[in-house]
Design a protein around this ligand. Structure first.
Ligand SMILES: Cc1ncc(C[n+]2csc(CCOP(=O)(O)OP(=O)(O)O)c2C)c(N)n1
Ligand code: SF4
Length: 305
């Protein structure tokens, strides 16, 4: 029988990645402290798979983790990963110090939309500006989840949250635009509904020398989904909505609101209102990288030695 659509290599029938997760290694089974249906479960699992398949050296690829619900991915990620938790929003600063102490390293930063674009916005900007060799994974669930669902700089216009009971009225921050303006050399956005795309971007970021920013749109069912309807942003058109109180409804909403970059070019601002543009926005592998430039300056300062 002929098959329509892309062909993928066969998946292994029994998933071997659970056993290399931290919880799997410890307990022999999957365990998580995340809510049922949280997108971080998907992300942690894909990351573990990438870590295992790419045979990453844990000492050269440390995880530098900010503060948020995603910090709980510690149980899901590969048991062998070297993990360091930073202060809220300060993971890029900590990663910069680690990279400069050992330039062979390529820190992988886990950060939330609130952590990265709110509290730690300044650290994010200057890491991108320096083009430090690291991977910044921004998990955007449109909310400050861990502290009870307050609105974040990324909260969509018209969304309900704990601190916007009469709807969000501020403009939202766009992490991709910020990364581009600040100077990161590889910038991409995808969602947990597109796991293969994430794997592709992550592998590209591993080979890239410079700051790679990958934003992942991910569902927080508990604080975002339960408070909002799936016609968010289309309410002004009078469409009836359904409460996004399950992972399925949220993932469906994320898919329907993700517009590929090449499609977005032909859409008006109104059509792109409250949408997520997904794809690769910049790939400049030849931009000078910070630790390499710093080494050259050190050599000059030491009289060429
Ligand atoms: C300097 C500082 N301010 C505030 C907090 C409280 N705080 C901890 S986690 C968090 C929200 C994190 O949100 P986000 O980064 O979006 O991650 P999520 O919980 O949504 O995964 C806040 C405000 C803190 N720990 N430190
Ligand atoms: S509150 Fe939201 S982000 Fe946090 S674990 Fe639950 S679903 Fe995930």
């Amino acid at each position: 029988m002929s098959r329509i659509g892309p062909m993928y290599p066969n998946e292994k029938p029994e998933n071997p990645y659970v056993l290399v997760s931290y919880a799997g290694h410890l307990l022999g089974n999957y365990s998580s402290r995340l809510c049922a249906g949280c997108g971080y479960g998907i992300i942690g699992h894909i990351f573990t798979r990438l870590f295992e398949d790419e045979k990453l050296d844990p000492k050269l690829y440390p995880l530098v983790i900010g503060i948020g619900c995603y910090s709980q991915m510690l149980m899901t990620v590969h048991y062998a990963t070297q993990k360091v938790l930073s202060l809220h929003g300060r993971a890029p600063a900590l990663a910069t110090g680690m990279k400069m102490a050992n330039p062979q390293m390529k820190p992988i930063i886990f950060t939330g939309d609130g952590d990265c674009l709110g509290i730690g916005g300044n650290h994010f900007i200057h890491t991108c500006r320096r083009n430090l060799d690291c991977i910044i994974l921004i998990f955007n669930n449109s909310i400050y989840a861990m502290t009870g669902g307050q609105s974040a700089p990324t909260t969509l216009f018209g969304a309900y949250s704990t601190t916007t009971p009469y709807k969000m009225f501020e403009n939202r921050s766009d992490g991709i635009k910020l990364a581009l303006a600040a100077g990161a050399s590889y910038v991409a956005r995808t969602t947990v509904a597109h796991p293969r795309t994430f794997m592709k971007y992550f592998r590209k970021a591993l080979k890239h020398k410079g700051t790679s920013v990958i934003e992942l749109i991910t569902p927080c069912v508990t604080y975002f989904g339960r408070k909002n309807l799936n016609n968010l942003g289309a309410e002004y058109l009078g469409e009836k909505g359904e409460r996004m109180d399950t992972a399925g409804k949220m993932i469906d909403w994320i898919k329907r609101n993700s517009i590929r970059i090449n499609q977005a070019e032909f859409m008006s601002e109104e059509e792109l209102f409250n949408k997520y543009i997904i794809g690769e926005f910049r790939y400049e592998p030849d931009q000078p990288e910070y630790s390499e430039q710093y080494a050259k300056i050190q050599k000059i300062a030491r009289g060429g030695k």
